[in-house]
Design a protein around this ligand. Structure first.
Ligand SMILES: CC(C)(COP(=O)(O)OP(=O)(O)OC[C@H]1O[C@@H](n2cnc3c(N)ncnc32)[C@H](O)[C@@H]1OP(=O)(O)O)[C@@H](O)C(=O)NCCC(=O)NCCS
Length: 154
């Protein structure tokens, strides 16, 4: 993919990018209160954005709750640019950054494949393709949503 540039962004830029990209992904981000929480949460974390020429096309936001493991707080690519390896490049950048900072692993929470949700099955596949393994499931948002927690050694 030509002309993809990935760079760290300010918390304020991250909030704006998160809000914009969510508008392109209604199948994944359909709960307004959750979307608001994500956008505000980007203000407190570390984000890298992907630019195709000058246009923002994706972002990954990381958090570092404990010394050994980094967690993906939020990751998304503009729907119009899916399947062009932008998500993979964002993940690689995040992995490199975390490794250099001394973190040994990277985790992520996503919707369990047991839901058989067409959209989130693709997300799960994306993480598996990129070396993440499922660890366990929880229902932190109530019984309607079973979340899976995945991990990758760096
Ligand atoms: C998951 C996501 C970040 C992947 O980014 P991407 O740039 O589309 O993915 P890439 O091009 O780097 O990788 C493509 C691979 O990911 C998978 N994939 C996941 N979602 C996909 C999509 N919507 N379209 C095409 N491929 C997708 C495919 O398995 C594909 O592998 P293949 O080429 O062997 O078929 C992106 O699709 C997205 O923003 N999804 C919606 C939001 C989301 O799920 N965020 C994560 C929440 S935990």
């Amino acid at each position: 993919m030509q002309n993809i540039n990935i760079q760290i962004v300010t918390p304020e830029q991250a909030e704006e990018i998160c809000r914009y990209i969510i508008t392109t992904l209604p199948e994944w981000f359909g709960i307004p209160e959750a979307n608001e929480r994500y956008a505000k949460g980007c203000l407190l974390r570390t984000s890298f954005a992907a630019y195709l020429d000058e246009k923002n096309v994706g972002m990954i936001t990381l958090e570092f709750p404990f010394s050994q493991n980094a967690n993906i707080y939020w990751l998304a690519v503009d729907k119009n640019y899916h399947g062009k390896l932008i998500g993979t490049l964002l993940l690689q950048k995040a992995e490199q950054y975390c490794f250099e900072k001394g973190y040994f692993s990277l985790t992520v929470e996503t919707l369990s494949p047991k839901h058989q949700d067409r959209s989130y099955l693709k997300t799960y596949q994306f993480y598996e393709n990129n070396g993440f393994k499922p660890l366990f499931e929880l229902q932190p948002y109530g019984p309607d949503y079973t979340m899976v927690y995945m991990q990758k050694n760096l």
